[in-house]
Design a protein around this ligand. Structure first.
Ligand code: GTP
Length: 370
């Protein structure tokens, strides 16, 4: 069975992190997120993978190639004329999809049991099966209402509380029969959620919902991207974290840690990092390969990508710093702020309240102080 992964979106909610690379390539616990997705598929024998690419597709293609190094076979289908939307992108790969196939979003972290879901799809003889996840606040989502036997009865977009009859939302993994693609117009932007699925109901196709309590998280906003790290590092979902495990700290090769530094996990620290005197790391934290943290720096609930150089007495809390940034003395970055790749932040700057700094920017010392 083939698995089709949607990885062509432009990830606007995670800009400027996604300016140079697509969202599925953002590191999550020091590995491109798509590695975790592919490992999850492979675990269920889904090693014939079609990646539906568009935005910055060359970054994905260069990194994964034909997939052989990872024990899978990867085919790419590129939307040359721009994004076709979730269902439009799958339609674009129709010639490759001759039997039942799985579709998943390339930005969902989940440990959904695909084998059980496939058995459900077969037992119901469904044309389409949609994985469903329960949420606390159904008013913020598109809901999927099920009838007896878990047949989808209707889709309800962001209901008010008095209209809420279910708390199940579309969790972004589908099993489809190839015939359903006949309802998707070719070379046209078209979505599953608001396009194909409601249409399948209208024409009387059997669409089933598969509710599960599997771990499920869309990593598409700064807070959820950070949350994915927290949840992985605290063991709420089991994914491969690179490095040698010592308690709840995963250490890469050639890491130098000053004896006066204090590291409280959970944390992952990449190859070749240098952790200076009196540095304090309070997990959850992910620090990519080749980072240098100078004296007295404090890191908590933060993600640093690769080769980030941090001077003295810097505070990084609940924020993301992309590759090749240099931060001067006494810089503070907090509150879901995002720093794009290759920025130089002069000493004393304070980036707070979700501030976003585009790639390659230079901030003179004390240019931003709220
Ligand atoms: P935002 O702009 O922040 O909403 O992110 P996004 O563009 O990634 O959109 P969204 O989060 O809705 O996408 C869910 C998944 O589908 C992601 O893995 C996207 O890469 C993918 N996706 C969204 N739109 C398209 C598309 O038009 N073509 C392809 N191939 N994939 C898409």
């Amino acid at each position: 069975m083939k698995a089709v992964v949607l990885v062509g979106g432009s990830g606007t909610r995670l800009r400027p992190l996604t300016t140079p690379i697509p969202k599925p390539m953002l590191p999550v616990v020091n590995r491109p997120f798509l590695e975790h997705v592919i490992e999850h598929l492979k675990q269920y024998g889904l090693d014939d993978i079609v990646l539906l690419v568009c935005y910055r597709h060359e970054v994905i293609q260069e990194y994964f190639g034909d997939g052989r190094d990872r024990g899978v076979a990867i085919t790419y289908v590129v939307e040359e004329k721009g994004p076709l939307g979730t269902a439009g992108a799958v339609k674009n790969a129709e010639s490759l999809l001759t039997e039942t196939f799985v579709v998943c979003n390339g930005d969902i972290l989940t440990d959904l049991n695909l084998e059980v879901m496939m058995a459900f799809h077969r037992e119901k003889q469904a044309r389409a099966t949609i994985s469903l996840a329960p949420v606390d606040d159904p008013t913020a989502y598109g809901l999927v209402q099920l009838a007896d036997g878990r047949r989808v009865e209707r889709f309800v977009e962001k209901p008010s509380w008095d209209e809420v009859t279910t708390n199940l939302i579309n969790a972004g993994t589908y099993i489809l029969e190839p015939g359903v693609l006949r309802y998707v117009p070719p070379e046209t932007r078209f979505l599953f959620e608001r396009g194909l699925f409601p249409m399948l109901l209208q024409v009387g196709n059997s669409v089933y919902g598969y509710p599960s309590t599997a771990y499920w998280l869309d990593i598409g906003t700064p807070d959820d991207y950070l949350r994915a790290h927290r949840d992985i590092l605290t063991g709420q979902i089991d994914v491969n974290i690179p490095g040698r495990r010592e308690g709840d700290v995963w250490l890469g090769d050639d890491v130098r840690i000053d004896p006066t530094a204090r590291i409280r996990g959970p944390a992952v620290i990449g190859n070749g990092c240098v952790i200076g005197p009196q540095v304090r790391i309070n997990g959850p934290a992910a620090i990519g390969d080749g980072c240098h943290l100078d004296e007295g720096t404090f890191i908590e609930d933060a993600v640093l990508w690769q080769r980030v150089t941090v001077a003295r007495q810097v505070v990084l809390r609940h924020c993301v710093i992309a590759n090749d940034c240099t931060l001067g003395d006494n810089v503070l970055v907090t509150d879901s702020s995002l720093v794009g790749a290759g920025c130089t932040i002069g000493e004393g700057n304070r980036l707070e309240r979700g501030l976003q700094l585009g790639p390659g920017r230079t901030l003179e010392p004390e240019a931003i102080r709220f």
